[in-house]
Design a binder for this molecule. Sequence first.
Ligand SMILES: [Mg+2]
Length: 225
Amino acid sequence: MAVMGAHKIDNWIFDLDNTLYPAEAALFDQIDARMTSYIMDKLGLAFDHANTLRAHYWQLHGTTLAGLMIEHAIDPDDFLHHVHDICLAHMTPDQRLARAIDQLPGRKIIHTNGSRCHAERVLDACGLRDAFDAIYGVDDLALHPKPKSKAFELLCARADIAPTSAAMIEDTERNLYHPYFMGMQTILVGDNLDQPPHVMYVTNDLTQFLTNTLQQMGQDGQTPG
Ligand SMILES: [Mg+2]
């Protein structure tokens, strides 16, 4: 298991979905289904066409929402409200992860392509809300989505983050590209064994990774917590 070295981190920026809970929770299956039905309804398309368009816009524009706004002038508030109306009843609090995040020195920040309201609901369901100092949803960043550079530039400006003092933790590899070239430490979460040059660390166990990092910081003379 890789651990981060003595690099001084003042800001820990976490993605939300499939980063702070396992992909097996399948929240994105629910969100994807609601996006597809939304496109069917708004654009009058059959399921297969709408489903293909959803994935195409995600690939081309960063998010499905960005594609729908650019190409169809869809109302973003209406879209975000609809697609995030999902069931969270099966989510359970993750006390180990909450403790590991809480003990990290510096600020802990959520940066998600979902809405702020979605982030608050998911963090509550996972017992992680109190571990974070700030939440930035795509609706807090003028609807600029990751992986576009503007999203990260706006986040850093609004949250007063110096990129070289920050770590970005993500399950989506392409969302670490700009953070790396801005000077952030980049950590990819998940079972993907590929490690392209813009990914500095990979882990399939975020709690263990953060715990190891805290121990390493202690040994390097920093004061965690
Ligand atoms: Mg994610």
